[in-house]
Design a protein around this ligand. Structure first.
Ligand SMILES: Cc1cc2nc3c(=O)[nH]c(=O)nc-3n(C[C@H](O)[C@H](O)[C@H](O)COP(=O)(O)OP(=O)(O)OC[C@H]3O[C@@H](n4cnc5c(N)ncnc54)[C@H](O)[C@@H]3O)c2cc1C
Length: 379
């Protein structure tokens, strides 16, 4: 099969690896507009279950990922003067740049052609392939070009957020809520290597404006955030990597393929970062697409199967992610809650976990919460 892939992010590269590993006779070419190694972001996070799926799909890639990742099992909620740990949540963090590097290396070993600095601005010249894959991210040109067929909806969230890094080695997926004179700032942080953590900060539009974050140069914004999170950063500074304040864009598509063109990863759907990384979803898409094509044996049936199998899973995850996003957008109205009820509300915000699920993960945390409620503890 001749396959053209637009976009050398996690979804495009991993799909190329999976297809070529299963059948070396495929001719696969990836087109990436950026130079090799020129990427953004800090660490990406996977659940233990996703890691197992990656291991089953391509053990070699998973082995190399394991060699460069950090593992933890607590969700940590820092609110008021308490830092509460909820155990039983197994996660794995890996550096995004390392992940892309090892996927690129794996592509080269298997004989996938990866052309960097090749921006694809129209599909015309690529449609002669058996399969064209739009793995070109949240602002996908493939999706725009075939918008009448994919029927996308794009909805921006109301909060502002920025992806930063820090050398504070957070132990667990840490959610930190800090009031400031301009409003409430929330940090989502997790360690992805021995000594570096992703540190995403979000706040609502009013806080963003009141703190003057639309006006301040980057160094001053970082300084302000270092002050807001001083007690959490342990003296470490915040680091930027072309980091901009953006609004989360919820992307959905009614149809995921048209003729021999298919979209996957962020081009096809996004889910708020509070529920797991887009990278995990993107790589799971690659697995689902490769599985469907292999199972069905031809492109037309393979693409139909891919959408039928994968879309309901992603729809349900997007619903949960939307509930989670909405909870974070309103978190500033919940700041009066005491740490235990606040943490329980935070843990169950997406409706994917209820009290009993949390109990299975961490019976002691739920016992403390129930003791608090039984003692008549209010907000
Ligand atoms: C600023 C920012 C920082 C982020 N940081 C993190 C993070 O630290 N951790 C995390 O888990 N997630 C992070 N994310 C989310 C994460 O990047 C995505 O969810 C994930 O990478 C999706 O993978 P993908 O392969 O679908 O798309 P992408 O990773 O976006 O890859 C798409 C690729 O296509 C290329 N491309 C686009 N258009 C064209 C074209 N016309 N021709 C050729 N190539 C093209 C792009 O250069 C890019 O390399 C971040 C997102 C943003 C916006």
């Amino acid at each position: 099969m001749k396959i053209h892939i637009i976009g050398g992010g996690p979804s495009g590269l991993y799909f190329a690896v999976l297809m070529k590993a299963r059948d070396p006779s495929h001719q696969i070419q990836v087109f990436e507009r950026n130079p090799a190694g020129n990427t953004f972001g800090w660490g990406v996070v996977f659940s233990r279950r996703t890691m197992q799926i990656l291991e089953d799909s391509d053990p070699e890639t998973a082995k190399r990922m394991r060699a460069v990742c950090a593992e933890w099992e607590d969700v940590v909620i820092a609110h008021k003067d308490a830092t509460l740990h909820v155990g039983g949540n197994h996660f794995i963090g890996a550096e995004r740049i390392q992940l892309l590097k090892l996927l690129h290396e794996r592509c080269l070993e298997l004989g996938v052609e990866v052309a960097f600095e090749q921006s694809i601005d129209g599909l015309e010249s690529l449609r002669d392939a058996d399969l064209v894959v739009g793995a070109d991210g949240v602002n996908s040109t493939v999706r725009s070009e075939l918008a009448e067929h994919f029927a996308p909806t794009l909805r921006p969230g109301s909060n502002r957020y920025v992806w930063l890094g820090t050398h504070q080695p957070f132990d667990g997926l840490t959610l930190t809520f800090r009031p400031h004179e301009s409003g409430v700032f929330i940090a989502h942080s997790y360690r992805y290597s021995q000594d570096t953590s992703t540190f995403i900060v979000e706040c609502d539009e009013a806080t963003f404006a009141k703190a003057g974050l639309d006006q301040r140069p980057e160094s001053e914004s970082l300084q302000l955030l270092e002050e807001v999170f001083a007690q959490d950063l342990g003296g470490h500074s915040l680091m930027s990597n072309h980091s901009r304040w953006i609004q989360f864009l919820l992307v959905k598509n009614e149809h995921w393929y048209h003729e021999n063109v298919v979209i996957l990863g962020d081009a096809c759907h996004t889910a708020h970062f509070s529920i797991g990384s887009g990278t995990k979803l993107a790589m799971e898409d690659s697995i689902a697409l490769a599985d469907s094509l292999n199972r069905c044996g031809d492109v037309a049936r393979g693409l139909e199967d891919y959408q039928a199998q994968r879309k309901p899973v992603v729809d349900s995850l997007q619903d949960a992610a939307l509930s989670s996003l909405e909870w974070f957008e309103k978190a500033h109205t919940r700041m009066d809650l005491e740490p235990l009820p606040f943490a329980m509300e935070c843990m169950t915000r997406s409706n994917r976990l209820d009290l009993e699920n949390v109990r299975k993960r961490d019976p002691q945390f739920v016992a403390e919460y129930e003791k608090y409620v039984a003692s008549g503890g209010g907000p």
